[in-house]
Design a protein around this ligand. Structure first.
Ligand code: ATP
Ligand code: MG
Length: 362
């Protein structure tokens, strides 16, 4: 699949924009703060209804405006489709596929698959478990509608239970209602654990080989699922830790406490890895993500590379460029020399300047 055209109206620093993409590589280059990431963010929004940086809808609307529109044309199994997003300041957004409004944002998931790769992804191993869980959830929600359903319900139930734990401290009679929330959490939580387990296992197989090649056979990488609780012990663990939950007024058990471990030559790189080792392992993870998505969706995803090239040394850069040959890639960067050096064919290049784009011929 590939994105053909993006149209923006009153979105971020764009008053109006119509931008054509190449099915191969499109490069957006320009100085800082000109609007490169804003374009990648708009594309990601069309695939997931969410901003990759977690911005709220009203922040996406151009300063001083009430609404914004994003329109994206894409080609999927040789058929052209349109996705419309209508962002409003104080109401929830409207989303339509081929002119048909969708009722729940989840309906859009999986329609087109985007992978966002930013310099922050290279810190995923150095950073805390929340970011590693975010990696799992963003990917699994796009891959699997059922996961998205369980994930949203799990989080709703978790918020309700945590609110209840607070209320119980001044109204102890509410304690009995905890059982019901425990049941919900166990039901949705189990599905999340099973899917995460499967996903990490398949990712591990692919990632091992990528990492071996990336490090010239020097390192062997494996990832593991560090689950907070197993499917079998879920309900018992909830019961056993109930008093602790009441004391801390928050739920201590469940997949919202999961993590992924990264072992390089048997050593936990989260704790003991050098910065370079951590970043290379993160790159392997991201490359493995592209491969696994290709395999699972029987199509190619669209890759959004936000300024990552400048973060990699020349051999890693070359490896990345070699891995994305068949995937539509939209790249933001402050200079495009690397691409000219590494690619036989340059597809499309735009210069981004203060919310305006100009096509460059090389
Ligand atoms: P860098 O190379 O530093 O990453 P960039 O080209 O990726 O820069 P963006 O993040 O795309 O930059 O754009 C940032 C610009 O967009 C900033 O100048 C910011 O003020 C502007 N901007 C962000 N949100 C809005 C908005 N809602 N309305 C108008 N302008 C906005
Ligand atoms: Mg940027």
């Amino acid at each position: 699949m590939y994105v053909d055209l993006l149209e923006l109206e009153q979105y971020r620093n764009y008053e109006r924009l119509s931008l054509k993409f190449d099915p191969g590589i499109t490069i957006l280059y320009g100085d800082n703060a000109q609007g490169k990431t804003n374009i990648l963010e708009a594309l990601y929004l069309c695939a997931t209804t969410k901003s990759h940086r977690g911005s709220r809808d009203k922040e996406l609307i151009r300063f001083g405006q009430e609404e914004a529109h994003i329109k994206m044309y894409l080609v999927r199994h040789e058929v052209r489709h349109r996705i419309d997003l209508h962002l409003k300041k104080s109401k929830s957004k409207g989303v339509a596929i081929d002119g048909q409004p969708i009722k729940k944002n989840g309906e859009l998931f999986g329609f087109l698959h985007m992978i966002f790769f930013s310099p922050e992804d290279l810190s995923i191993i150095k950073n805390g478990p929340a970011e590693r869980r975010r990696f799992l959830d963003l990917e699994l929600c796009q891959l699997n509608k059922l996961y998205y359903y369980n994930y949203t319900n799990y989080n709703k139930a978790l918020n309700q239970r945590n609110a209840l734990l607070k209320q119980i401290s001044f109204k102890p009679s509410l304690k009995d209602t905890l059982d019901l929330w425990d049941q919900y959490l166990a039901e949705y939580g189990r599905c999340l654990i099973e899917e995460r387990e499967r996903f990490i296992e398949s990712l591990n197989d692919i990632l091992k080989e990528i990492h071996r090649q990336l490090t010239g056979d020097k390192e062997s990488l494996s990832i593991g699922y560090e689950k907070n609780v197993s499917v079998e012990e879920y309900e018992k663990a909830m019961r056993d830790r109930r008093e602790t939950d009441l004391k801390y007024q928050s739920t201590q058990t469940g997949p919202h406490r999961d993590d992924i471990s990264f072992l390089v030559n048997g050593i936990d790189v989260r704790k003991f890895g050098s910065q370079g080792q951590q970043r290379t392992a993160a790159l392997s993870l991201k490359l493995a993500e592209i491969e696994i998505v290709k395999k699972l969706i029987h199509d190619t995803p669209v890759l959004l590379l936000d300024d990552v090239m400048s973060e990699l040394d020349s051999s890693r850069k070359q490896y990345l460029l070699d891995s994305i040959r068949e995937v539509q890639t939209i790249v933001s960067c402050t200079g495009y020399d690397d691409f000219i050096r590494s690619r036989l064919m340059i597809d499309r290049i735009y210069r981004v300047e203060n919310g305006r784009l100009e096509e460059i011929t090389v």
